[in-house]
Design a protein around this ligand. Structure first.
Ligand code: GCB
Length: 624
């Protein structure tokens, strides 16, 4: 999220958007400076690329990180990034060498690959050689699916970009530094927690460091389709029979008047439009036949985009999501979201979830639960998750990692947040499964926070007016049998998420039976509730850490939830036990948050079957 070093990556449109964003932010934080975002290539998983996954050499740059940072905190371009080798004869030079260094696999966190680095939260340098044959008239980018948390990238000794944020993709232009034959890339990844980071220093998940998602090299024509937004038109009211596809295609580097064709053959929709001076080609076209995307029928269409010699075919579904009073309407029909929370942790093998197998395993559990909704907490997950949700008909809540305490008083943190939000929306705005953008989780209810997050919610709405904006709130006040949520930030949201832990952190499970919720008149999703249980630990239903107690919490929660009139969905906490180094009860937790319905190795606890049954029989809530 620190700006691209090569200004060629920034389009006129991008700069104009940044200017607009700055003007907007200026009204909130007048002192704000310019921030750029680097998630450039949309639909990259549908383009031919050269994968740079595989073995990378690594060197640990332990505290005080002398190789990466200069004494004044600036980035040192003259150390490991040079990829030199120590002189074995002659004068003394360097004291590092990638060529004889061990390797780790990319994509992958270092924690689960190198036992000595399991709890390491510092800097690791990564290096590999790669072959390139750059051709005139093309541009090349290194695409990094995600690297946690800050990254600095050099190709052939030149720094090509820096990025902050552990869960969104970024692209570094390498056109001017590549040469034919063998090239090398060095990436320093720093997983140090930052008080002004997003998230900040404290959070309840494992801080997996490294190049945690796919890395690739992509070559495109000089003028290329970098961004597009193709959706069912979204007027002020739902119209059955609406078949109008609309949006824009952006061609970076295109002269005004460059033709762009959008073709959806199976829907009988095809149109050619022209780019404006910013390379943007808005369009609108009526499909002659259209099956809308829904959980029952997750129809995806091949959408072919062509501009000059650049082309790309994406798989896109079309649907309408909106709020009507306290209802959530999907394609005009009231829906109830039968959900579950999911962290991006690989079942069974552990580590960051980042491949087809991880995603398939997670979704097999989601489907077995009879769920139609996932809250992908607390940060954007691997893009494969949204792709799978698109294919499987699972609705998605996607979130940026504003988790509890963020430096809400700092303009530079707000700017980082806006960038992160843009990176998330840009990557996934063409995914029909994504119905909710969440801007935060469990933040303190105070005016500075409210101003900050209201700004962010409005920014999200401005970026994407076709989806619903939400957030998980937890400032409810519980007294006796009344739970009252009185949070002014709720005014800025379309759908209100509420986290509560009656029966675990608050009171007894049975307190839920008589609890009356006093909530705003908007659709509500109970976005977290649950209890910890170690798989195989049995006892009475009031004995904490047992499967029976967890099951009991679910039973009583279901009684309570059924009585909340504006409840339109639930997402219990959580599908699978996940690593968290704040969970330190030996034998019960052993470094895991045990609120999963399944253990980390896929064993189902009793509560899984309670929820599975409630979802199957639709006994948990009402769509209207
Ligand atoms: C919460 C947080 C979540 C935690 C969970 C817990 O309220 O949103 O990130 O992991 O509670 O288990 O305490």
């Amino acid at each position: 999220m620190i700006g691209p070093l090569n200004s060629a990556t920034a389009s006129h449109r991008t700069s104009r958007n940044i200017a607009v964003a700055i003007a907007f932010l200026g009204s909130i934080f007048p002192a704000l400076g310019q921030q750029a975002f680097q998630t450039l290539l949309v639909g990259l998983d549908h383009r031919p690329v050269t994968s740079l996954n595989g073995d990378w050499h690594y060197l640990v740059d332990q505290s005080p990180a002398r190789a990466l940072y200069l004494e004044n905190g600036a980035i040192n371009d003259k150390s490991y990034a040079m990829n030199e080798h120590p002189n074995l004869v002659g004068s003394h030079n360097e004291e590092y060498d990638f060529s004889t260094a061990p390797t780790l696999n990319v994509p992958g966190d270092w924690n689960t690959q190198i036992p000595q680095l399991f709890n390491y939260e510092g800097v690791v340098w990564n290096q590999r050689d790669f072959n390139a044959q750059p051709k005139p008239g093309t541009r090349s980018f290194l695409h990094i699916g995600a690297a946690n948390y800050r990254s600095h990238v050099w190709v052939n000794q030149k720094r090509v970009c820096d990025h902050e944020g552990g869960f969104t993709p970024f692209d570094c232009e390498v056109t001017s530094v590549l040469h034919p034959g063998t090239n090398f890339v060095v990436i320093a990844v720093d997983a140090t927690r930052l008080i002004d980071g997003i998230p900040s220093v404290g959070y309840d998940w494992f801080n997996y460091g490294g190049l945690t998602r796919d890395v690739s090299l992509v070559t495109v024509p000089n003028a290329f389709i970098d961004d597009y937004d193709i959706h069912l038109s979204h007027g002020p009211a739902w119209h059955p029979g609406n078949t109008e596809l609309t949006g824009y295609v952006h061609v970076l580097g295109a002269a005004a008047g460059t033709p762009v064709t959008i073709d959806v053959p199976e829907a009988g929709a095809k149109i050619t439009v022209k780019t404006d001076a910013d390379g943007r080609a808005p369009f609108s076209v009526k499909a002659t036949r259209l099956t809308l995307w829904s959980p029952e029928s997750p129809k995806l269409y091949k959408v072919r985009l062509t501009s000059g010699i650049d082309e790309l075919t994406d798989d896109i579904g079309f649907r309408d999501i909106r709020v009507d009073g306290t209802g959530i309407l999907l394609n005009g029909k009231a829906v109830f979201l039968k959900g579950i929370n999911v962290h991006a942790e690989a079942p069974v093998r552990g580590g960051r979830a980042n491949n087809d197998q991880d995603v398939a395993t997670i979704f097999s559990y989601v489907k077995e639960l009879n769920a139609n909704f996932v809250r992908l907490c607390h940060y954007p997950h691997d893009e494969r998750m949204e792709r799978a949700a698109d294919r499987d008909g699972i609705m998605v809540w996607s979130e940026i990692p504003n988790w509890q305490h963020i430096s809400f008083d700092k303009p530079e943190v707000y700017a980082k947040d806006v960038t992160m939000l843009k990176e998330m929306i840009r990557r996934d705005r063409n995914k029909a499964s994504v119905i909710l953008w969440s801007v935060s989780n469990e933040t303190p209810n105070n005016p500075i926070r409210t101003k900050f997050l209201t700004g962010l919610a409005n920014e999200a709405r401005q970026l994407d007016s076709t989806r619903l904006i939400t957030s998980a709130l937890n400032s409810e006040h519980i007294e006796g049998s009344a739970a009252t949520l009185n949070d002014p930030f709720a005014d800025a949201l379309d759908v209100i998420g509420v986290n509560e832990y009656i029966g675990w952190y608050t009171g007894r499970p049975e307190n839920a039976d008589t609890m009356q919720w006093i909530l705003p008149q908007k659709p509500v999703i109970m976005s977290e509730f649950g209890a910890e249980a170690k798989y195989g630990n049995h006892g009475a239903d009031n004995q904490r850490w047992t499967e029976e107690q967890q099951a009991n919490v679910y039973k009583h929660q279901l009684v309570m939830l059924g009585k909340i009139p504006q409840l339109r969905g639930i997402a219990p906490w959580i599908l699978i036990d996940f690593r968290s180094n704040t969970r330190n009860i030996p034998k019960l937790q052993d470094g895991y948050n045990r609120k999963g319905l399944l253990s980390e190795d896929g064993q189902k606890k009793q509560a899984f079957f309670i929820l599975q049954r409630a979802y199957k029989d639709n006994t948990v809530g009402n769509a209207e």
